[in-house]
Ligand binder design. Structure first.
Ligand code: EPU
Length: 441
């Protein structure tokens, strides 16, 4: 990530409303770019967002041997005639994508070295599922001072059962299994829309994959080679939720253009339960408060984050800001990451009534139960927020800070803007078109 001293200055209290085009998914685009490494034929990706994450992934692929050009309209052409470099350790600590290159590098070059990973500080974030699965497929993996180095003359399909449906580890095994010898079966697989988008791309490249979502089971029959593809990245469901909540928290209505309602089902169910209006129309997905006059009358709600099709862990941060406006006490139970509620202390500083604890609600046990992770928040409203100076430390928490600043009274100065640029294309410009007073300085 490019370090930057840039900040956002926000004058809050202005209602956001209007239509916004949802860009392609950051977390699907980066995986699709890595998947192009599996073939020597040209691939064309449509709807790639111009975010820093895509730029970092581009650097990774170019280092490995890809030629990449961006066309108009968010199209990206990638061709990797041969693997020029199997080691990408200098891309250390910038995001979580390099581990996904292990599979393509091993099946095409027999050798791979990836750095210890970066990404957001939202918990321990181990990669043991990735490494154990690849080792079971025949990779010999050595931990070095700042990297993992692996070799394998070829990979062999095997049965893998994940202890938790990890998105990244499921993607790692898909990217390794498609060109492995024999059949790979993943039990307890992640079935997120981004994973499904990757599967669709791999199938279009000639891979043999079946996915039984209800069973969380994926089967991959290895093939000898894959061909080039033209593939479209799904709309970003995190961006969709961010804009929707930015509207709601400021009392306005937003139309999400190009969003996929099926990918947002659990979010839509939660906001409808609060009294929010959600309608699909010819322009997109319209999301509005129950009324535009007087104090907002919305109910509190209890959510537990969970793997898809549950309420996504990346949605609780923007939602938390809106929960400060709901009547009564809402609960957020974060069951995916053990340490993803740190940002709430900033909301409390801005005037929110929030308590955080390690005690799971009695009706919602989770794998963090009985451990000392502060993963349960109680937010009591309605309250008004006041502007503040805030330092962003991760993408989704940063989005919550920006929404809080937009809905607060007075001025906020937000630093750590690079985290936002990693995940959102020209966020400040697009918020301004909806009526926000936000400036990059
Ligand atoms: N886990 C392990 N071992 C592993 C892998 C995961 O214990 O080897 C645990 C994690 O520590 C976590 C849980 O499994 O507690 C789920 O992690 P997962 O592997 O699913 O997450 P990820 O693939 O690293 C992706 C997104 C995240 C998103 C999560 C959950 C990307 C690049 N990142 O992370 O997005 O929150 O899935 O849906 O796709 C973001 O975009 O800001 C972001 C953090």
């Amino acid at each position: 990530m490019h370090e930057t001293a840039e900040r956002f200055v926000v004058h809050g209290g202005r209602m956001l409303s209007g239509g916004v085009q949802i860009r392609g998914s950051k977390n699907a685009a980066s995986k699709a770019m890595v998947a192009t490494l599996l073939t020597d034929e040209p691939c064309i990706l449509e709807n790639v967002p111009f975010s820093e994450e895509a730029a970092i992934t581009r650097e990774l692929c170019e280092r490995i041997g890809s030629s990449i050009t961006y066309g108009d309209d968010h199209t990206c052409s990638i061709v990797t005639p041969r693997i020029r470099e199997h080691s990408v350790i200098e891309l250390s600590r910038r995001n979580r994508i390099p581990i996904l290159a292990f599979g393509p590098l091993l099946v095409r070059a027999g050798e791979a070295e990836v750095p210890f990973l970066g990404g957001d500080p939202i918990g321990h974030r181990p990669i043991d599922f990735h490494l154990e699965a690849l080792a079971r497929m025949g990779a010999v993996i050595e931990r070095r001072e700042r990297s993992y180095y692996a070799t394998a003359p070829y990979l062999t399909g095997t049965d893998i059962a994940f202890p938790f449906p990890s998105v990244g580890a499921t993607e790692s095994v898909l990217l390794a299994g498609v060109l492995a010898r024999g059949r790979t079966r993943i039990e307890n697989a992640a079935i997120e829309p981004e994973v499904q988008n990757l599967i669709a791309m791999l199938i279009a490249m000639g891979a043999l994959i079946t996915c039984e979502s209800d069973e969380r089971r994926i089967e991959i029959e290895g093939v000898r080679q894959l061909r080039g593809v033209r593939h479209r990245i799904i709309p970003d469901r995190n961006e969709a939720v961010s804009f929707a909540v930015a509207g709601l928290a400021t009392g306005g209505a937003i139309t999400l253009r190009g969003a996929e309602p099926a990918h947002l089902a659990s979010f839509i169910a939660v906001v409808r339960a609060m009294g929010i209006i959600v309608e699909e129309n010819d322009h997109g997905l319209y999301i509005a408060p129950p009324s535009f006059v007087g104090p907002m009358d919305v109910s509190s709600v209890s959510i537990a984050t969970a793997p898809h099709p549950g309420f996504m862990t990346d949605w609780q941060q923007p939602l938390a800001v809106f929960l400060t406006r709901a009547k009564g006490t809402s609960i957020i139970h974060e069951t995916v990451y053990e340490d993803r509620l740190g940002y709430l202390k900033d909301l409390a500083r801005m005037g929110a009534d929030i308590s955080v604890s390690d005690e799971c609600p009695s009706d919602s046990p989770c794998r963090f139960s009985g451990r000392t992770f502060n993963h349960v928040a109680r937010i009591t409203g309605p309250v008004s927020l006041n502007g503040a100076d805030i330092e962003i430390t991760d993408i989704r928490a940063g989005m919550a800070h920006i929404i809080a600043a937009l809905s607060a009274t007075g001025k906020s100065v937000i630093s750590g803007v690079a985290h936002i640029d990693r995940g959102y294309e020209t966020l400040d410009e697009r918020l301004r078109t909806l009526g926000a007073d936000i400036t990059r300085v």
